[in-house]
Design a protein around this ligand. Structure first.
Ligand code: HEC
Ligand code: HEC
Ligand code: HEC
Ligand code: HEC
Length: 363
């Protein structure tokens, strides 16, 4: 072989290895211990990704609190169904905040008919009213997940009418000449499951339906604890989503001895367990009932409404907004103190109970 062709072969080899490695993340990577030394409980971070995540999770400054005294919004305005107990000052402050959080470019008219603010003709206003109830429900009834940190509209919306991370049920029905049967959305390299070949929609079974999130049966004989390869693949799909939504590795929630075992695992897994139930409850009892309210162009290919998952709130951070609590500056979205046991609270509690009766999903 001539020297030239050798050089060429070497170059080709170099190029090939660059191409092969480009699927991996560019260094540097740093690791942080997250459990007993020697147990392999380590989180691996890339400073570039962390920097991006910090920039995306900054909190807007809160306006000073409004006067709680004075006439109530429910008395002054014509069509206030949820926020009637706020003073007019508090109500106006919240309207200004909602505009900044949801529709900063479009303004009040994104939800309102400017000729008549009491009018409910825009779907966005009807959705927003339900969203206020949903936010209050999260902050009151899901403290097991959101703690005192809580959420506001900004946690999900971040200045966008449609939050960045939403999902629709994937249309995986086999179509036309079909020789491989139902693939359950596999091998489509979906972003939802970290570009792996796992089923592309782990959300419908787990974050809308209440399938068991399991890989192994826990009894020798079948005792109703149904397991299947599809179940296992869905489980790993969901886990990929949970890891990337929070910007963490599997060992943030699992111990390194056994994935299934709870003993010796980090407490974060318990928080995550509640988070799964919370996402299911919100999708089932707040978003799905809005299906007829949303216009066709906001719906998925099966005509379903946009739904939320871990990424909708977390957006790459282990705690949304890295744990900065906005709720303390917006207590009206918590509802706990002044509004206990009003009709919306009772409705929310009934909805929570109803979520135990989630529909079965096709396996
Ligand atoms: C993201 C949607 C949204 C935006 C943006 C918004 N509002 Fe509202 N607004 C609502 C909802 C929902 C209600 C009803 C609240 C209820 O039923 O408790 C409401 C009610 C009102 C009412 C009471 C009307 C009545 O007589 O019943 C006024 C006044 C009002 N908004 C003013 C404003 C102003 C001013 C802005 C802009 C600074 C604004 N809103 C921006 C959703 C919005
Ligand atoms: C837990 C996440 C979450 C929170 C908190 C939240 N939203 Fe939403 N919101 C969603 C999702 C998901 C949708 C559906 C996306 C779509 O519109 O297709 C949505 C849609 C909307 C829309 C319809 C926008 C459009 O153009 O279709 C409005 C208006 C809205 N939200 C207002 C609010 C308000 C006001 C608050 C706070 C009181 C709030 N949201 C809090 C997740 C959230
Ligand atoms: C944010 C926390 C969290 C992260 C990160 C996470 N998991 Fe999980 N994992 C859970 C929880 C909670 C359950 C139990 C779910 C339930 O029972 O509802 C679970 C269950 C599982 C199961 C089923 C175990 C059984 O009982 O059969 C497997 C397998 C699994 N995870 C693998 C992984 C893998 C692999 C990763 C990394 C890609 C991962 N997990 C990342 C929280 C997490
Ligand atoms: C409605 C918004 C929302 C959704 C949806 C959501 N989370 Fe959270 N999550 C939060 C908030 C707020 C906190 C911070 C609570 C605190 O300060 O202790 C949190 C905290 C956590 C923590 C604890 C982190 C730590 O280091 O202590 C884990 C783990 C977690 N979430 C996992 C999940 C998983 C998994 C999902 C999806 C199944 C999910 N979350 C969906 C709002 C949300």
């Amino acid at each position: 072989m001539s020297k030239n062709s050798l050089m060429f072969a070497a170059k080709l080899l170099g190029l090939a290895s660059v191409l092969l490695l480009s699927a991996c993340e560019r260094p540097p990577a740093t690791s942080v211990q997250h459990g007993y030394a020697g147990s392999g409980m380590v989180q691996v971070y890339n400073p570039r990704a962390v920097e991006k995540s910090i920039a995306a999770n900054e909190v807007p400054e809160a306006a000073p609190p409004a006067d709680a005294e004075g006439p109530k919004a429910g008395k002054i305005y014509q069509n206030v169904k949820v926020l009637g107990d706020l003073s007019v000052g508090q109500f106006t402050r919240l309207m200004a905040n909602m505009t900044a959080w949801i529709a900063p470019e479009q303004g009040c008219a994104y939800c309102h008919n400017p000729a008549n603010f009491a009018d409910d003709s825009k779907y966005t206003k009807v959705v927003a009213r339900k969203m206020v109830e949903m936010t209050q429900h999260i902050n009151t009834d899901w403290k097991s997940h959101v703690s005192q940190t809580g959420v506001t509209c900004y946690t999900c919306h971040r200045g966008n009418p449609v939050p960045k991370d939403i999902w629709f049920t994937a249309d995986n029905e086999p179509k036309g000449a079909n020789f491989i049967g139902d693939t359950a959305g596999q091998n489509k390299a979906a972003k939802t499951v970290g570009l792996s070949s796992l089923p592309n929609d782990p959300f419908t079974p787990f974050l809308l339906g209440k399938e068991e999130i399991r890989v192994n049966g826990n009894t020798a004989l079948p005792t109703g604890n149904r397991q299947s390869i599809k179940q296992a693949e869905w489980t790993f799909g969901l886990m990929m989503h949970m890891s990337s939504s929070l910007g963490v590795n599997c060992t943030y929630c699992h111990n390194t001895r056994s994935i299934a075992q709870w003993e010796g695992g980090p407490p974060q897994r318990v928080t995550a367990w509640h988070g799964i139930r919370m996402a299911r409850d919100l999708n089932l009892n707040y978003l799905t009932p809005l299906t007829d309210v949303f216009p066709a162009h906001r719906k998925g290919e099966l005509g379903d409404v946009a739904k939320l998952n871990c990424a909708t709130c977390h957006q790459g951070a282990y705690k949304p907004l890295f744990g900065a609590g906005m709720l303390k500056d917006h207590p009206e979205l918590g509802r706990d103190t002044q509004l206990a046991d009003t009709p919306p609270v009772k409705a929310a509690k009934a909805a929570l109970q109803a979520s135990a009766a989630a529909p079965a999903v096709k396996r």
